[in-house]
Design a protein around this ligand. Sequence first.
Ligand code: BV8
Length: 251
Amino acid sequence: MEADQQLIEAGARLLASARLLVVFTGAGVSRESGIPTFRDPVEGIWAKYDPMWLATMEGYLHDPPLVWRWYEQRFGVVAQTEPNPGHRAIAELEQLIPRGVVVTQNIDGLHQRAGSSEVVELHGSMLRYKCLTGRHTGFTRADFAGQAEQPPRCPSCGEILRPDVVWFGEALPDEDLGYAFHLAQTCDAMLVVGTSGVVQPAASIPLLAAQAGIPVIDVNPQPDELARSMTMFLQGRGGEVLPRLIEKLRA
Ligand code: BV8
């Protein structure tokens, strides 16, 4: 399904007038890089597990090696993938608009690899690790060579490490969430790509912008929870719609 050209042109005009643009993304923007979204059916050994259980402190404490292996498997997929044309178009927006900030629910680091220079990771990053106590942070894979089967130990206190991501039931980092709320209410336009608009409190960010009278464009192959509250809904894949928006903006 291709978003019609008139809508693309209207969307480009909306973005062209922005001095500060926020791009709010979810798992859908990484889908074309081959990273399944939380909604996608899972094949293989992980099919019998519910990601909504694995991505919780309870799930981790119930079986640390299992959940550790789940993140290692997901890291393996991310490590072998590349940013897709959607990520790259979002990064290119920074050349076409005075300031663009990416606020993402994703933990895969692909926006940074595509060249986006300002990225707020509301749900943390699978490329960073912290101590289970939360007291010792900032670890990377370089701190524990190849621990694929078992969670490694914290170099500072010996407790097991965990991915530095926000699990279900955990609060989002105050500063990042507060900054995202501030941006949503002070930007000139918001581009929302690849989110079902289900996971809270992140999904309230596009609604904050819309309620502040800020134009919000939603890009998704299918109508999501947010679409009816958005200024414009461009139906299509991020990798198809975003490059067309950029092409119009460049013109
Ligand atoms: C919290 C990291 C409280 C881990 C993730 C109301 C208020 C507050 C909380 C809640 C609430 N209601 C319910 C809750 C609880 C819960 C929640 O939202 N549950 C949902 C399921 C109802 N929220 C929480 O638990 C949050 N914590 O609120 O704590 C608190 C407060 C104070 C003190 C203590 C506690 C924490 C939520 C964060 C969870 N962590 N990720 C990990 O990944 O391992 S969320 C996880 O889900 C991913 O980040 C992912 O991004 C997200 C799913 O959302 P989406 O990104 O939108 O992805 P999704 O798969 O849903 O949709 C993909 C979309 O892409 C689809 O629409 C599809 O059509 C589209 N698409 C497909 N292909 C493409 C495409 N789009 C474009 N191009 C394509 N090619």
